[in-house]
Unconditional design. Structure first.
Length: 367
């Protein structure tokens, strides 16, 4: 990108141009590789990209501590999208694959998210990914697995970070050996694994001041071609690192009436053993709402989560963790750092994680 170029304007022009291409938005899930039960995830190959599938993301979230002890939340997500456009064209300019990236810092001192985004078609050095290993980039933003640890590098207008995320064990395979159902109909599923309890070290720059940070993070890697079932409005998802060394992933898919259509959870104990839970084992109950002053959307920012008989209360680091990605994926959603409390109110903090809530405004559209 040339110095002085407006990245937001370039993104809008790119997406508008794609919208006018023949076939954009018309590709059916049948045109993409299907997610089928029984496929065995193989590492390190499945750490890399899967370009035959429609959508894929690497999603890292976590809590950081500044030298003075002040907490920050962070997230970075790289999306790979197979557009279904130009696949029969020999032109290098055909937008067959896109990479989009979101990054944010939840800053209690500011009282809201610092966030930014990037998007570009793959090729010409502007964006890309690798198969066989984790390596994805968009401009000067990158996420890669190198020497046994992940490296996240983000540079935005009012924040930046360079973080190393070190795993403490093998991947947690969600669902049935990595086949993660999103509805009773098995067509709506993904291949999905997580890396809980990632040890984080690096630097964060806020308003031009760089400081060392340490913390804990969670990584999801997921790919699919037909994720959202008919009638689904959005989902609620949690990835949390507990103080006892265990890790918990829980989600529910919501219908347009607000009721759960499907739920699931995965629990990795501190010794590495995993337990995969059924919809009957998972219950989300909203406790308190927050209304966005920008969009007017109401989000349930505090929850009671029951998983396999244990009851947690989820409380946000700050209420205002709304992320507006209408310039790239088109979604507005809440994605933020939460504390997990357990026991009689007010409860004892037993872990920290990230909560993502989609579809509380318009219906989310993924896959």
């Amino acid at each position: 990108m040339k110095h002085g170029a407006n990245p937001h304007g370039m993104r809008r022009r790119l997406l508008l141009a794609l919208a006018t291409l023949p076939g954009w938005g018309a590709a059916r899930a049948a045109d993409f590789a299907p997610v089928l039960p029984g496929r065995r995830l193989v590492f390190p190959a499945d750490h890399g990209a899967h370009p035959d599938f429609r959508t894929e993301w690497w999603y890292a979230t976590g809590w950081l501590a500044l030298p003075d002890g002040r907490p920050l939340g962070f997230q970075v997500t790289f999306f790979r999208v197979r557009t279904g456009v130009g696949e029969g064209s020999p032109s290098a300019f055909a937008p067959r694959q896109l990479v989009m990236a979101h990054a944010a810092i939840a800053d209690p001192q500011l009282g809201r998210l610092r966030h930014d985004e990037r998007s570009a078609r793959v090729g010409f050095g502007r964006a890309g990914f690798e198969t066989g290993r984790t390596a994805v980039w968009c401009g000067d933003w990158r996420f890669a697995l190198e020497g046994g640890r992940y490296r996240a590098e983000v540079r935005a207008a009012d924040f930046a970070y360079a973080l190393d995320l070190t795993p403490d064990g093998p991947p947690l395979l969600n669902g049935k050996a990595g086949f993660s159902a999103k509805a009773p109909d098995p067509r709506h599923a993904s291949y999905y694994y997580s890396r809980p309890q990632l040890a984080v070290s690096g630097t964060v720059t806020l308003d031009g001041r760089s400081q060392p940070v340490t913390g804990k993070a969670w990584l999801d890697h997921e790919w699919s071609s037909e994720l959202m079932p008919e009638g689904a409005q959005g989902w609620d998802w949690l990835g949390a690192n507990l103080d006892d060394g265990s890790g918990l992933m829980a989600f529910r898919m919501r219908g347009q009436d607000g009721n759960p259509m499907w739920s699931a959870a995965s629990w990795r104990a501190a010794d590495g053993t995993a337990r995969i839970l059924t919809p009957a084992d998972v219950r989300f109950e909203p406790l308190r709402e927050w209304r966005s002053p920008r969009t007017g959307i109401r989000y349930p920012v505090a929850w009671r989560l029951t998983v396999a008989g244990r009851v947690f209360e989820l409380q946000p680091l700050i209420d205002d963790q709304e992320l507006d990605s209408r310039r790239s994926t088109g979604a507005v959603y809440w994605e933020g750092a939460v504390r997990l409390l357990e026991g009689s109110p007010p409860g004892r903090e037993v872990g920290r994680g990230y909560l993502e809530m989609t579809g509380y405004g318009e219906r989310i559209r993924v896959g």
